[in-house]
Design a protein around this ligand. Sequence first.
Ligand code: ADP
Length: 192
Amino acid sequence: MRLVLLGPPGSGKGTQATRLKEYLQVPHISTGDLLRAEVAAGSPLGLQAKEVMARGELVSDAILLGMLEDRFSRDDTRAGFILDGYPRNLAQADALGKLLEKLGQKFDSAVQLEVPTELLVERIAGRAAAEGRADDNPESVRKRLQVYTDQTAPVIEYYRQHGELTVVDGVGSLDEVFSRIVEAIAPEKVVG
Ligand code: ADP
């Protein structure tokens, strides 16, 4: 199964992707995690990305595509993947389509987690207290939500127009949201 998870910061993409990975037995590729690993390692790429991420802005499309090509060159992605945090703008959506075409891989679905903005702000504040991410400060959060509205929301329309969009209600317990996703993408896999 080849999936993209779409949703604003705080919509629960990362948490649901971790569960889906176990369930579908395919790797979870989080571009945020890949970038944070580069920052932690102090690599040249990490040094370039660090400030941009802390401000809540997008790291360059070229860096992201390079990272993604690298990740997709590993064998474990042949069985499928759950992509979380990419694409974040139309150019990235286009680049992903071309990459999969080049690799001869068929895309299954973009799953959009729908969550009202008030709830997002609340959830991110909770996560900031628990995890202490450098970009979970109020200013960066505002910026990330703005970037989402301006640049990432059009990606939803892109997948809708391609007939590849699955919309899932992201409000509820982790279990509830997980069940909704599974039912929407792989009803034959629902047990009980
Ligand atoms: P969240 O969705 O909670 O904001 P992520 O972990 O997905 O967090 O991303 C954190 C930051 O990493 C983003 O704000 C951005 O700076 C950078 N980033 C992640 N994915 C991308 C991407 N596809 N394109 C550009 N920048 C990205």
